[in-house]
Design a binder for this molecule. Structure first.
Ligand code: AMP
Ligand code: GLY
Length: 414
């Protein structure tokens, strides 16, 4: 089987390694990928936003299915371009990807399906925002409507902070068109978890629950990041699990059907649990990064077959094993605001099987940093304690100047 993975991060490297284990995978290509993946897949030098060239490449290499990793190509309609050319792919249509690409689209979807979620107003001016804030109390949550690479949610402690965030969006256009409109939302103070499912738009299969660690520093301090580490499976009570399924997951899948959305892929629901009541915060229409890195090792299925079938609209039951997985993200100095590039990376080759490369490139035969979240270390074991013992030993076998990582991944129980 010939497979093309779109993307270049740790999530995509995890997918490639999982596909490599399959008896059916033959040639794995990654577009654009990164130099750290070159031993596991063939790098394709085509820009992610050039649908025409991607379609021609798929035809010439007889690609059986494409797996689209990140949100941008999904929101830009790559899956539609592929399907129009009879190329199978995992990923929702452009319209369905609006669940991630537009917070307003997602909120309307949730409200129509009676899914518990924060109350909100659509706002488009500073005056409008301040006016609607009277219906809520601090902190005020302002969310840019469009994609903003994790920088579109403002949690404002005072009206002045809210005014300044709204001014950045609507007057200074700091996020461009993504911030032309926004949601002003009720604050939901609680505990967060991510619930991911595979769906063909009719049925769904729940993936093992993973716990992300969003803040840069230990004890959930420091700025928000794309995620500094994950553990899976995450344990929650059966009652909470059932509430999430009945009140959020099943209604979401039914609403996909009601709105006639073409969805063959992953729906990732961000959930806030307030006093044992789950609320949907947001949807992503793709795998999480670094959630994927700990979810895939817990799936027994041949993932090539699982996702090839899903690209055809066939959803197979997911078989989970009894393993526990941990992932630590090693980030560059200066991440998240100004990651330092070109720092040489050293590691002991015996741990290569545990490494997933994200923001790296090769210079003079040496891997160097090339962005924020540089590489991931993943360990699996029969229980979480063993997996944690293993990961911190492995993580010591990597070296790059002023790398940042958390040493409390998996230590706090939800
Ligand atoms: P989102 O991209 O919508 O998941 O928002 C990013 C982060 O902002 C979430 O992971 C939460 O930590 C926080 N957040 C979003 N919406 C709310 C809300 N209504 N109440 C409290 N925190 C929120
Ligand atoms: N780890 C969160 C995300 O992928 O959006």
């Amino acid at each position: 089987m010939n497979i093309l993975v779109i993307g270049s991060g740790g999530r995509e490297h995890a997918l490639i390694k999982s596909f490599k284990k399959s008896a059916t995978s033959k040639n794995i290509f990654v577009l654009p990928g990164n130099d750290g993946m070159a031993d596991d897949a063939t790098l394709v030098d085509i820009p992610q936003n050039n649908s025409e060239k991607i379609v021609s490449f798929c035809k010439s290499e007889k690609i059986n299915f494409v797996f689209i990793g990140p949100e941008d190509p999904l929101v830009n309609g790559l899956s539609d371009a592929l399907r129009e050319n009879d190329i199978l792919c995992v990923g929702p249509s452009k319209t369905a990807a609006q669940l991630e690409g537009s917070k307003i689209f997602a909120k309307n979807f949730m409200n129509q399906a009676n899914i518990p979620t924060a109350k909100s107003y659509v706002v488009t001016t500073v005056e409008n925002t301040v006016d609607k804030a009277q219906f809520f109390s601090a902190p005020y949550i302002l969310k840019a409507d469009g994609l903003a690479a994790g920088k579109g949610v403002f949690i404002c402690k005072t009206i002045d902070e809210l005014k300044s965030a709204a001014t950045d969006l609507f007057v200074h256009k700091k996020l461009g068109a993504a911030g032309d409109s926004a949601l002003l939302e009720e604050n939901l103070p609680g505990k967060e978890l991510s619930f991911l499912i595979l769906t063909n738009g009719k049925n769904y299969e729940a993936l093992p629950l993973a716990q992300d660690h969003k803040r840069l520093l230990n004890n959930d301090l420091g700025p928000n990041t794309g995620g500094m580490g994950t553990v899976a499976p995450m344990k929650i009570s059966d009652t909470l699990h059932q509430k999430i399924v009945d009140q959020i997951i099943k209604p979401s899948v039914s609403q996909i059907q009601n709105q006639n959305l073409l969805f063959r892929g992953i729906l990732f629901v961000g959930i806030m649990v307030v006093d044992d009541q789950p609320y949907a915060l947001e949807y992503n229409t793709r795998f999480g990064d670094p959630e994927t890195q700990v979810i895939l090792p817990l799936i027994e299925n041949d993932t090539c077959e699982l996702f090839f079938d899903l690209s055809k609209g066939i959803l197979n039951p997911i078989q989970k094993n009894n393993l526990h997985a941990v992932c630590i993200v090693n980030a560059a100095e200066g991440y998240p605001d100004h990651p330092v590039k070109n720092t040489p990376i050293f590691f002991n080759s015996e741990i290569k099987n545990h490494l997933l490369f994200a923001a790296v490139k090769k210079t003079n035969d040496c891997l160097v940093t090339n962005g924020g979240r540089v590489l991931n270390v993943v360990a699996t074991a029969a229980n979480q304690t063993e997996a944690l013992e293993k990961i911190y030993i492995l993580n010591q076998k990597i070296e790059f100047s002023n790398r940042q990582y958390r040493s409390d991944i998996g230590l706090k129980i939800f």
